[in-house]
Design a protein around this ligand. Sequence first.
Ligand SMILES: Cc1cc2nc3c(=O)[nH]c(=O)nc-3n(C[C@H](O)[C@H](O)[C@H](O)COP(=O)(O)OP(=O)(O)OC[C@H]3O[C@@H](n4cnc5c(N)ncnc54)[C@H](O)[C@@H]3O)c2cc1C
Length: 361
Amino acid sequence: FPKEDFQALFHADLLGATIPRDAGGLGLGIQGRNTFPLWMMTKLMAKADLSLARCWEGHANSLVLIDALGTPEQKRRWFEGVLERGEIWVAWSGEPSAPKPGEKARFGTTVTAAPDGWYVTGSKVFATSASRANRAILLVSTEGPGGARHNQGNPEALLMLACDLSDPTITVDTSWWDPVGMRATGSHLVRFERTFVPRDCLIGRPGSYLLDQWQTAFVPHYAASFLGAAEAAYDYAVTYVRHQNKGSDPYIQHRIASMAVHIDSGHLWLHHVAGLWDRGRRADAALAGTKVRHLVEHWAEDTVHHCIRACGARSLIRPSPIERILRDLTFYLRHDNDDHILATIGRAVLGEQHDVSFYKP
Ligand SMILES: Cc1cc2nc3c(=O)[nH]c(=O)nc-3n(C[C@H](O)[C@H](O)[C@H](O)COP(=O)(O)OP(=O)(O)OC[C@H]3O[C@@H](n4cnc5c(N)ncnc54)[C@H](O)[C@@H]3O)c2cc1C
């Protein structure tokens, strides 16, 4: 986990970027109608380290949800923790239901109502920042496993429970997370054994995450991170080929040009989508966000491959950043399925029913 980076963000007064200004934050993001600067901040972090960007996205997005849906008392309590004590947040859905071949463990939570709150039992995976975050928004359903992403049942049963991760009923299993890239997100398997979450930690009304399509506010944030990876590869390639005096080679020129056009296009698209959010055009922003998610995934991958082709084998020998970017980006993109994203855009154009949050087929 990028602990020092988060400490640096705290000491630079950036940890509350998505907390409103009148509460002591910077007022960035869709709530503050100041979205593009947030995405550019995330892009810069991703340019340095995609794992940092993922942990940061989880934190910043969680604060957006609290700002939009929290009670005044919740905002006071939780924003103070971030601004004064450097508390780190994250949001966990992470309950994939279809096992992979050979996978014996089943992931998922059950939620039982109590007079003054809820008990959560079971497990989640892909629990980013698990070893360091102070609080997680648990996306859990009273109808059983699935979280938000794999929710099969009634959307109104999905709760957002702000969970204090110091609770001794919560354990982190660090053996599950052994990925090809993005290792530093520490997106571990987390177990809950009758973890009690008090009623005053319910964020928003039941169902609001799915019914109000909150995921669509965070989809372009992924694209901002992908763009950061692309920009890092682009900068590396330009420096590399200049250093080797290959600038007069027409193939190199083509590759550098393609990279430059992808990066400019990514910025323009993100700026466009941010503007839609800032002008309150939520439905248009949601669909345009799906498009930018699709486009930047391809532009970023393509940019990294242009970099590798232009620079050659030594660009992939450690400690080259390209070796890490290739692994991290390949894995980071797996949040969503681009085939289904594109199909979702097609369905929208054709007037068919479509899911702009999780692109369910
Ligand atoms: C680095 C990283 C960090 C993450 N951090 C978080 C986090 O902080 N919080 C969080 O909640 N989650 C997090 N996730 C999880 C992420 O949001 C996805 O849930 C996860 O990547 C999906 O894993 P999967 O592809 O194995 O699972 P699956 O959901 O099983 O999907 C496998 C594939 O099957 C496809 N598919 C699903 N249903 C069908 C169908 N009916 N027909 C055809 N195809 C289908 C999917 O689209 C996908 O391509 C993180 C993931 C990564 C990679």
